[in-house]
Design a protein around this ligand. Structure first.
Ligand code: HEM
Ligand SMILES: N#Cc1ccc(NC(=O)NCc2cnc3scc(C#CC4CC4)n23)cc1
Length: 394
C-alpha cells in the first residue's frame, strides 16, 4: 500500500512512466557486441524466412550465457529478439518445429526468468518494447517485424499508439487514491474526467488500424506467428525447450489481454469478472497477468488491493461523481465495442471468406483466441462485464 501512495514516485520500481505508462521508454536498439548476433538474426527474419535459410541460421547460433546482460532495457531487448527468433523458428512454414534448439532455448528461458516472463513472445515484447523514433519529427518504426510486409509494423505500432493515448490516465492514479483517502470529491471528479478523456483519445487512434493493417495479410500470415503452443493441435504437447526441460511445455500465444493498461482500467474502476459465465474470461485475464513483466503485474496487484474507488463512489450521494465514473465506463465499453467490430472484420469475415471456399465451418470450431478460447465469446463477455459496471445515476 505504501508504494501506491505515490506509485509514480517510484517509476523505477514498476518500470512505468508518467507519460508513456507501461510502454518501455526509449528502448535499446542494440545489445552488447557478443549478443548482437541475436538482434541481427531477428532483424533479418523476414528475408531469411523468404529464402528458407532462417532455421539453418538459428542452428548456427553461438552458445551464449546471459551474464553480460546488464539492466532492464538490455533484458527486454534480449527477450524481444529471442522471442521473435523463437516464433519464426517454430512457425516458419507448414512443417512446425517441435523442439527449440538449446542455443536459443537456454538463454531465452534464463532471461524470461529474470523478467518474470514466459519463454514465448508476449505483448510487452513486440508492442511495448518493439519501437524506435525513426526521425526527429517523431515518426516511429518497429525494431523487428514478421513476414507480411508492413502488416506487423502497422499492427504493433497502432497498438503502441493506443497504449500511448491511454497512458495519460496513468499519471492521475496516485491522485485518485489520494482523493479517496482524503475524501476530496472534487479532485476525484477531475481525475475521473482525465481517465475518460484518455480512453476517448485511445478510441480515436484505434481507427489507424484500418489504414495500416491489411486484413488478408493479418489473417493469412501475421496471426500464425503470434500463435502459441497451449491447446494448439499443431503442437498438442507443447514445445520442447532443449537443454532446459526434459518434457514439452505449453505457453499461450501473444494476446492483448497481456496489455497492462486495459487491465489497469478494469482494476481502477472495480470492473470485476465474477459471475459464472464470466469465470472463463476472468480466469484467462488472470492467467495473462503471468505474461506481463513482473513489475507491471505487481502494479496491477497493488491497484487491485487498494481501497475500492467504485465502492467509495457508490457510497457517495454526489450524482456528478457517479456521472464522471460512468463516463469512464462508457468510454471503455465504446473502445471494446469498436474493437469487436475490428475483430469481426479482420478475423471472422476473413475466416468465413476462406470457409466459403471450403465446406462450411461448423460452429464448434469457430476461431480460437491465442489462449485457445472462443475469442468472440471472450471479447463480448469482457465488453458486457464492463457495461454491467455502470452505476444508476438517479
Ligand atoms: C487487426 C486488429 C486487431 C485484431 C484482429 C484484434 C484481435 C483480438 C483478439 C482475437 C483478441 C482476443 C484475445 C487474443 O487472442 O489476444 C483481442 C484482445 C484484445 N485486444 Fe485486440 N485486436 C486488434 C487490434 C487491437 C488494438 C489496436 C488494440 C489496442 C491496444 C487491441 C487491444 C486488445 C485488448 C486490450 C484485448 C484484451 C481484451 C479486452 O481487454 O477487451 N486490439 N484482440
Ligand atoms: N483466427 C484467429 C486469431 C487471430 C488473432 C488472435 N489474437 C491476437 O492477435 N492477439 C494479439 C492482439 C490482439 N489485439 C491486439 S493489439 C496488439 C496485439 C498483439 C500482440 C502481440 C502478440 C503479442 N493484439 C486470436 C485468434
Amino acid at each position: 500500500m505504501a508504494l501506491l501512495e505515490n506509485p509514480l514516485g517510484h517509476p523505477e520500481k514498476f518500470h512505468i512512466s508518467k507519460d508513456l505508462g507501461f510502454i518501455l521508454e526509449d528502448p535499446l536498439e542494440e545489445l552488447p557486441d557478443c549478443y548482437q548476433v541475436w538482434v541481427r538474426l531477428a532483424k533479418n527474419l523476414p528475408s531469411l524466412i523468404q529464402n528458407g535459410q532462417f532455421r539453418e541460421e538459428v542452428k548456427q547460433l553461438p552458445e551464449l550465457n546471459i551474464s553480460q546482460l546488464q539492466g532492464h532495457k538490455e533484458q527486454r531487448l534480449a527477450h524481444l529478439a529471442l522471442a521473435v527468433i523463437t516464433m519464426g523458428y517454430v512457425w516458419q512454414d507448414s512443417e512446425v518445429m517441435q523442439v527449440l534448439p538449446r542455443k536459443i532455448a537456454v538463454p531465452f528461458c534464463e532471461i524470461s526468468k529474470q523478467l518474470g516472463l514466459p519463454p514465448i513472445m508476449v505483448y510487452a515484447d513486440c508492442v511495448l518494447a518493439n519501437w524506435k523514433k525513426k526521425d526527429p519529427s517523431g515518426n516511429m518504426d518497429t525494431l523487428f517485424a514478421f513476414p507480411g510486409g508492413d502488416c506487423s509494423k502497422g499492427f504493433f505500432l497502432v497498438s503502441l499508439l493506443v497504449e500511448k493515448a491511454a497512458a495519460s490516465a496513468i499519471g492521475v492514479i496516485p491522485d485518485i487514491f489520494e482523493a479517496i483517502k482524503s475524501k476530496n470529491v472534487e479532485s476525484l471528479k477531475e481525475s475521473l474526467r482525465t481517465v475518460a478523456s484518455s480512453v476517448h483519445k485511445a478510441i480515436e487512434v484505434f481507427d489507424l488500424v484500418h489504414k495500416h493493417v491489411n486484413p488478408n495479410v493479418f489473417f493469412d500470415t501475421l496471426r500464425i506467428y503470434l500463435s502459441g503452443w497451449k491447446n494448439n493441435p499443431l503442437l498438442p504437447n507443447g514445445l520442447i525447450y532443449e537443454g532446459v526441460w526434459e518434457t514439452p511445455k505449453m505457453f499461450c500465444g501473444g494476446s492483448a489481454a497481456q496489455s497492462s493498461i486495459m487491465q489497469c482500467f478494469d482494476a481502477l474502476l472495480g470492473i470485476q469478472h465474477s459471475s459464472a459465465e464470466e469465470k472463463t474470461s476472468a480466469k484467462f485475464l488472470e492467467e495473462m497477468r503471468n505474461y506481463m513483466p513482473s513489475s507491471h503485474k505487481d502494479f496491477l496487484e497493488a491497484v487491485t488491493s487498494s481501497p475500492s474507488v467504485r465502492d467509495f463512489i457508490i457510497s457517495s450521494d454526489d450524482i456528478k461523481l457517479k456521472k464522471d465514473y460512468n463516463e469512464c465506463v462508457k468510454a471503455l465499453v465504446h473502445l471494446r465495442s469498436y474493437h469487436l467490430q475490428v475483430v469481426a472484420k479482420y478475423i471472422i469475415n476473413q475466416s468465413n471468406k476462406q470457409d466459403n471456399a471450403k465446406e462450411k465451418k461448423s460452429s464448434d470450431n469457430q476461431e480460437k483466441g491465442t489462449g485457445g478460447t472462443n475469442l468472440m465469446t471472450f471479447l463480448k463477455t469482457v465488453r458486457n462485464t464492463t457495461e454491467k459496471a455502470l452505476l444508476k445515476e438517479s
